[in-house]
Design a protein around this ligand. Structure first.
Ligand SMILES: [Zn+2]
Length: 471
């Protein structure tokens, strides 16, 4: 069976055929985090979806080159660094490190390359120079450089591949300088932003004067540098379709680096957005969660990943704390099943049971249909548990089931129960309990123990002192 993906370009499910003539190498780019704050759970839905796509491609035998940029120069970052009187790199380093910690906690495979925009300025300038030379970019009186949609269209380019635009309403020559704007405000967009007083020390020299890159050009420059002018897959959240991805296509194809007839990107995949407790996430509604917030409530990255992977990536999904409890219960059923299987299998080995594996593969190959895939898995677990209870499962059957699960898990990345992966906040609580005990404040130490217990953690005494263990 071939792998199929919904391509936003054609708005249909297409069979995946890599550009590589030998059919092996695949280039995959996913827009990375803007490191202005801790990433929220909606951001991570996109990264878990990209991780699933990559794992599925690797399962099918493709040699995937996965690139994810780090946006570390952008309007919001500059504003926050200024407000906190911090140098840009010092400000972003903290959030970048936190991002990769969270990424790992969610069992996401590290991309092969993670270029930072601030370190790719020469390539960004070279790309803008190409656009200038081809007459599709111009320097405005304010010293900024803009992309001309009219010139691009006049030269045979097509602006509006991913979204339908009403060109009648667009006024040629109008400009939009901010990185984020709505379809109705589509106009010439900034490639290079002239240095402004509020940018502080964040500027670089360029042929057009001092300034900094716009957000959209960063991704065109970094993706083409790492993967070449044409590559297979570009992923991101649906909120990036316009203007970010539309602008990426215009800039990359406008520079004319592709071979004749080759697009910048063959397949565009977009993940749907996330609702939390039935509403759009917002700090004022109290339904805004970073991964850290959820870990502090006692959930694990594995439970969060599982919940995010229960819904198809193109469906909007309602993420709830109750859903996380359900994820914990479901993982408990899987762990129990695997534990029993290991007990029965002992040292036996066997090839994967295709009765379990084949329907799973068929489901994920079909545009990553994980909901159907989980349906198959749980339909397998229930009767098998019953048979094991009755002592009717032989070691070779248990071993072949475990072999099938290993293959399945290489795609889902659920992994084993992370018993000792303790969130930092909980370790601080454990330390506070030790301090209370030393001070003979047993009331407080018992209260902390109960709080940890309520979060699903038990205190275990070891020769090296106490540590936390999942209950
Ligand atoms: Zn991007």
């Amino acid at each position: 069976m071939a792998l199929k993906f919904f391509n936003t370009l054609s708005r249909s499910v297409e069979e995946f055929a890599p550009r590589d003539a030998r059919g092996k190498r695949v280039g995959l780019y996913c827009c990375g985090p803007t490191v202005h704050d801790f990433a929220h759970i909606g951001n991570f839905r996109t990264f878990v979806f990209a991780d699933l796509a990559r794992r599925c491609l690797e399962f099918k035998g493709y040699a995937v080159r996965h690139v994810m940029n780090i946006t570390d120069v952008e309007d919001k970052i500059i504003r926050r660094a200024r407000e906190t009187k911090t140098a840009l790199r010092d400000y972003t380093a903290k959030f970048e490190a936190a991002f990769f910690e969270d990424f790992q906690a969610l069992h996401c495979l590290r991309p092969h390359e993670t270029p930072r925009a601030s370190e790719q300025i020469a390539d960004i300038i070279a790309l803008i120079e190409k656009l200038m030379a081809r007459g599709v970019a111009y320097r405005a009186p304010d010293g900024s450089v803009y992309f001309s949609i009219e010139k691009y269209q006049g030269g045979g380019g097509h602006y509006g591949r991913l979204v339908k635009l009403n060109f009648e309403e667009m006024r040629p020559g109008e400009r939009v300088s901010s990185d984020e704007y709505a379809k109705e405000a589509a106009a010439d967009f900034a490639l290079w932003k002239a240095r402004a007083p509020e940018d502080g020390a964040v500027f670089w020299p360029s042929p057009w004067g001092e300034g900094r890159p716009g957000w959209h050009i960063e991704c065109s420059a970094m993706s083409m540098k790492c993967l070449g002018p044409s590559f297979d897959l570009h992923l991101g959240g649906e909120d990036l379709i316009f203007p970010h991805h539309e602008d990426e296509i215009a800039q990359s194809e406008g520079a004319g680096a592709q071979a004749a007839g080759e697009p910048f990107v063959k397949y565009w995949l977009h993940g749907a957005h996330l609702l939390v407790e039935g509403k759009k996430m917002s700090k004022s509604l109290g339904n805004y969660f970073t991964l850290r917030d959820l870990l502090a409530k006692g959930f694990t990255g594995r439970e969060v990943r599982y919940l995010l992977l229960t819904a198809h990536y193109r469906e909007s999904f309602n993420f709830t704390l109750e859903g996380l409890q359900g994820a914990r219960a479901a993982l408990g059923r899987i762990d129990e099943w695997l534990g029993k299987l290991r007990g029965v299998a002992g040292v036996a080995t066997s090839p994967p049971d295709m009765g379990l594996l084949a329907p799973f593969v068929e489901a994920v190959e079909n545009d990553l249909n994980v909901s159907t895939a989980w349906g198959h898995i749980f339909a397998w677990i229930r009767p098998m548990n019953k048979l094991m209870e009755e002592g009717k499962v032989r070691p070779d059957l248990a071993a072949s089931t475990l072999a099938a699960w290993d293959k399945i898990d290489s795609v889902l990345g659920i992994g084993a129960r992370d018993e000792f992966n303790v969130p930092e906040e909980l370790n601080s609580l454990l330390e506070a309990r030790q301090a209370a005990r030393r001070a003979k404040d047993f009331k407080r130490s018992d209260a902390i123990r109960d709080e940890l217990k309520a979060k699903g953690w038990a205190i275990e005494d070891t020769p090296k002192g106490p540590r936390l263990k999942r209950m």
